[in-house]
Write a protein that binds this ligand. Structure first.
Ligand code: CMC
Length: 429
C-alpha cells in the first residue's frame, strides 16, 4: 500500500486500488473494482477485515478500549447525559440545545402509546413464549399499524418512524414482560422520564401506587446509554442489509431484534447470568476456567471476549460501577453472583490463556447482575438490550438511506459445491 493506493497482483496482473482515510481509525482499501479488473472476489467470513459502509455515528478503538458516539466518549455521555440526549445525538449528529432537548423529549414522550389493537396481538402468543420471540413479532407488526411512516423516500416519515420506535419500544417491551408474567398491561405516563416510565410499565400493578426510585431509574437510563449503539455489529449490519432492499423501518428493526437474540450477541447477558448461577460459588471457578480453556470443550466464559475489543470493554467498567450502585441502593450486601463474578474476573484477568487471547470482560458480564437486582427475569435481558439498541439501529438505518453510495447489499461467495452435472431420472440413480 503506497500513498493513496494499494497494488494487488493476481493472475499475472497488477491493479491499483484506491484507499480511503477516515477521521480516525484504519484506512480502507476500496476493492469495488477488484472483480471487474481481476475476476477475483475477496474472502472474509465474519467480516474481520471488511468495512461495509462509511459512517459518522460511532467509533470504536478495540485495542485501546475506546467507544465514541459522534466523537463523544461513552464515559462522558454515561456520566453526564441522559438516554434521550444520547438518542438525539445519535440521530441528529450533535448534542441538543435545551430547547431542542425539551422538544425531543416531548415528541418521544407523546409517541409512547401503542395502537390499542396491538394489545390483542400479544394474546396470540403462548404465555410461556420467550419475550424476544414476542418482540420479533410485535415490532415487525408495527408496519401493519403505522402505514403513514413507512415511505422510506420521505425524510419526514423516516423521522416519524424513528421517533415512534424509540418511544414505543419501552411500551412494547413492558407489555411483553407483563404478558409473560400474567399481569395487566400498564399504560405509559407522560410526566415520567423515559427510564422511570419504563420501570413503572414493568413493575406497577393496578392495585398499588408506584413510586419511581431515582437511583434505579438513573441506573436503568445508564444501561440504555451503554447499549445505545456499537458501530457495525451483527444486528446493526442486519438492519442495514435488510434496509438496503428498501424494506420499511419497522421490518428492518424486527430483523435486528432477531439477530440480537443469539447468545454470541445480545443473548450473552442472559447466558452470562445463567453461567454465574451455574458456577454458584467461588470454589467452583477453577473448574469452569479450565473448561473454558479446554479446546475439546465447547464451553466459553460468557461475558468475556469481543470481536473488536482486545482490551477492557469501556462499557463494562461503567456497568460494574452501576452494578455496585444498584446493589447498594437495594441493600443487597452479599450477592453470591457478584462475588463469583468479581473473583472470576480477577482470575481470568491474570490467567495466561485470557491474557494471550486478549479476552476481557464485556458489557454483558455485569449487566445481568444489575438487571436481576432491578427485578427483571433473565428472559427480559436481551429485550432491554433491543430496547436500547433501537436508536442505534434506526440512526444507522437513516444514515444508510441518505448515503448516495448505498446499494442493495449483496455479498458474493466462494462456491465449493458440485460442478455442473446432468440430471438423471430417479430410476437410473
Ligand atoms: N471463553 C473462552 N475462550 C474464548 C472466549 C470465551 N468467552 N471467547 C473467545 N475465546 C477464544 C476462542 O476459543 C478462540 O481461541 P483459539 O484462537 O484458540 O481458537 C479465541 O479466543 C478467539 O475467539 P473467536 O471466537 O475467534 O473470536 P470472535 O471474535 O469470533 O468472537 C465472541 C467474539 C464475543 C463471539 C466470543 O469472544 C464469545 O463467544 N464470547 C462469549 C459470548 C459473549 O460474551 N458475547 C457478548 C459480546 S459483547 C455484546 C455484544 O456486542 O453483543
Amino acid at each position: 500500500m503506497t500513498g493513496n493506493s494499494a497494488d494487488v497482483s493476481f493472475g499475472g496482473k497488477t491493479v491499483e486500488l484506491p484507499t480511503r482515510s477516515g477521521t480516525i481509525g484504519p484506512d480502507v482499501i476500496d476493492i469495488g473494482t477488484l472483480y471487474k479488473n481481476t475476476g477475483a472476489f475477496t474472502y472474509d467470513p465474519g467480516f474481520t477485515s471488511t468495512a461495509s459502509c462509511e459512517s459518522k455515528i460511532t467509533y470504536i478503538d478495540g485495542d485501546e478500549g475506546v467507544l465514541l458516539h459522534r466523537g463523544y466518549p461513552i464515559e462522558q455521555l454515561a456520566e453526564h447525559g441522559d438516554f434521550l440526549e444520547v438518542c438525539y445525538l445519535l440521530l441528529y449528529g450533535e448534542l441538543p440545545t435545551k430547547t431542542q432537548k425539551d422538544d425531543f423529549d416531548y415528541r418521544v414522550t407523546h409517541h409512547t402509546m401503542v395502537h390499542e389493537q396491538m394489545s390483542k396481538f400479544f394474546t396470540g402468543f403462548r404465555r410461556d413464549a420467550h419475550p424476544m420471540a414476542v418482540m420479533c413479532g410485535v415490532v415487525g407488526a408495527l408496519s401493519a399499524f403505522y402505514h403513514d411512516s413507512t415511505d422510506i423516500t420521505d425524510p419526514h416519515q423516516r423521522m416519524v418512524a424513528s421517533l415512534r420506535m424509540i418511544a414505543k419500544m419501552p411500551t412494547i417491551a413492558a407489555m411483553a414482560y407483563k404478558y409473560h408474567i400474567g399481569q395487566p398491561f400498564v399504560y405509559p405516563k407522560n410526566d415520567l422520564d423515559y427510564a422511570s416510565n419504563f420501570l413503572r410499565m414493568c413493575f406497577a400493578v393496578p392495585c398499588e401506587e408506584y413510586t419511581a426510585n431515582p437511583v434505579l431509574s438513573r441506573a436503568m437510563d445508564r444501561i440504555f446509554i451503554l447499549h445505545a449503539d456499537h458501530e457495525q455489529n451483527a444486528s446493526t449490519s442486519t438492519v442495514r442489509l435488510a434496509g438496503s432492499s428498501g424494506a420499511n423501518p419497522f421490518a428492518c428493526i424486527a430483523a435486528g431484534i432477531a439477530c440480537l437474540w443469539g447468545p454470541a450477541h445480545g443473548g450473552a447477558n442472559e447466558a452470562a447470568l445463567n453461567m454465574l448461577a451455574e458456577i454458584g460459588s467461588v470454589e467452583r471457578i477453577p473448574e469452569y476456567v479450565a473448561k473454558a480453556k479446554d479446546k475439546n470443550d465447547p464451553f466459553r466464559l460468557m461475558g468475556f471476549g469481543h470481536r473488536v475489543y482486545k482490551n477492557y470493554d469501556p462499557r463494562a467498567r461503567i456497568m460494574q460501577k452501576t452494578t455496585h450502585e444498584v446493589l447498594g441502593e437495594l441493600g443487597i450486601k452479599d450477592d453470591p453472583m457478584l462475588e463469583v463474578a468479581m473473583e472470576l474476573e480477577r482470575i481470568a484477568l491474570t490467567d495466561e490463556y485470557f491474557i494471550e487471547k486478549k479476552l476481557y470482560p464485556n458489557i454483558d458480564f455485569y449487566s445481568g447482575i444489575t438487571l436481576k437486582a432491578l427485578g427483571f427475569p433473565t428472559t427480559m435481558f436481551t429485550v432491554l438490550f433491543a430496547l436500547a439498541r433501537t436508536v442505534g439501529w434506526i440512526a444507522q438505518w437513516n444514515e444508510m438511506i441518505e448515503d448516495p453510495e448505498q446499494r442493495i447489499g449483496r455479498p458474493r461467495q466462494l462456491y465449493i459445491g458440485a460442478p455442473k452435472r446432468d440430471y438423471t431420472p430417479v430410476s437410473k440413480r
